[in-house]
Design a protein around this ligand. Sequence first.
Ligand SMILES: NC(=O)c1ccc[n+]([C@@H]2O[C@H](COP(=O)([O-])OP(=O)(O)OC[C@H]3O[C@@H](n4cnc5c(N)ncnc54)[C@H](O)[C@@H]3O)[C@@H](O)[C@H]2O)c1
Length: 362
Amino acid sequence: MQHKELGVAVVGCGRMGRLRASLAAVHPAVSFLGVSDADRSRARGLAEKAGAQFHSDDNLELISRPEVNAVIVSTGEQEHTLPVIQAIELGKSVLVEKPIAMSLEDADRMLGAAARNGRELRVGYSRRFKRAYLLAKEQIVLGRLGQIVGANLRAYNSRAQSLQILERTPDATPVTFGMTYYVDLICWFLQGNPAVEVIARAQKGVFQAAGYKADDVTSAILTFADGAVVNLGVDYALPEKYPTFGANSRVEILGTEGVVLIDDDSKDQIVYTDRGIPHSYVPGHSLNAAFMSSTASGDWAQGDFWGPLADETRSWLDHLSTARPCSLTTAEEARKTLEITLAIEQAVRSKKPVSLPLTEVR
Ligand SMILES: NC(=O)c1ccc[n+]([C@@H]2O[C@H](COP(=O)([O-])OP(=O)(O)OC[C@H]3O[C@@H](n4cnc5c(N)ncnc54)[C@H](O)[C@@H]3O)[C@@H](O)[C@H]2O)c1
C-alpha cells in the first residue's frame, strides 16, 4: 500500500505529549520525531526517552523544521491556539488535545487559519476510540437503534485529578475538561442533528473551597433539533481516594427500535494491593484499591501503551500516511462541543434556558 513518510512534531512534553511522542516514535510511517516544551529540560528528557532526533524550547523552531509535516499540540488548555495556528500557517496537518480552546474566539481563529491554508485540524477526543463507544457509533450508523429519541451520559472522577488540572488551568471546569468528552460523544452519535437548547444546574463544594470557580456537580439537559432529549451529568469531585484513575461513566442511548447501554465504570475490574498503585496522572497520589482500565487515555502493559489514546494517535498517523478516513473529531465538531459546554455554564449561571447557537458568550 502506498504511504507517505511522516515527520512528527510534538509540542508540549507533559503527560499527553509524552504518550503521543512515544506512540509516534514506533509508528512505521514516522521517519522523524521532534519535541518542544516551554521547559527545555522536559523537551530534552522526552527526546532522550522517545529517541526523538530534535528538541527545543522554541515551538516555532521545531514546527518550521523541513522534515515536519504533522504537528501534535499537547500543551495545557490555555496554550493551544498559537502553536496550532503557527503549524497550520506553515502548511502542516495538526492534532490538538481537547478542548480545542478555552474560548470561541480562539477556536474561530484556528478554524479560520485551517480554512485559509487548506489544512486539516483534528482534536483529540480520545474517548471516541474506547472500543465500547466505537461499537455504539457503529450500531447507530447501521440503523439498529431506529431514531434516537434520548440519551443519558454521566461521568465521575476523583477530586485528585481535577485539582491537578485546575492548578494548571484555573479557568477550566469539570464541564470544559470532563463533560466535554460526553458532549463530543453524543454530538457524534447524533451527527447532523444539532443541539438547539440547554438547561443546567450545578452545586459548588470542594473546588470552591480550594479557590476555584468550578462547580463540583453539574447536570444539564440538551434538546436537539429533532426533539431528542439528552441528560448529561458530571461529578469530578468524588473523594481523593475514590478508586479511579480517571474516568467512570455510564452512557445509555435510547432509540425507537433499539437501545445501547454502556457500563463504563470499570467496576468489574478491580485491583487491590497493600503496596499502593501510583496514579498515572497525579504525582504522589496512590491507591490501594482501584478500578483497572479506568485511566481515560489507556495503560502501559508489557512495554506498550494500550487504549483509546494509542488507537487515536495511530489512527491519525495512519490517516495522514495512507489517506484512510479516520474518526477523529474535526475542528468544526470540536468548536460546536466547546460552544455547548460554554452554553451549559451560561445556563448554570443564569438558571435560564440557553438557545444554541450562542449569540453572545458571557
Ligand atoms: N485525551 C486524553 O485522554 C487527555 C487526558 C488528559 C489531558 N488531555 C488534554 O491534553 C492537554 C495536555 O494535558 P497534560 O495532562 O498533558 O498537561 P501537562 O500539564 O502534563 O503538560 C503540559 C505541558 O505543556 C508545556 N507547555 C505549556 N505551555 C507551553 C507552550 N506555550 N509551549 C510549549 N510547551 C508548553 C508544559 O511545560 C507541560 O510540559 C490538555 O489540553 C488536556 O485537557 C487529554
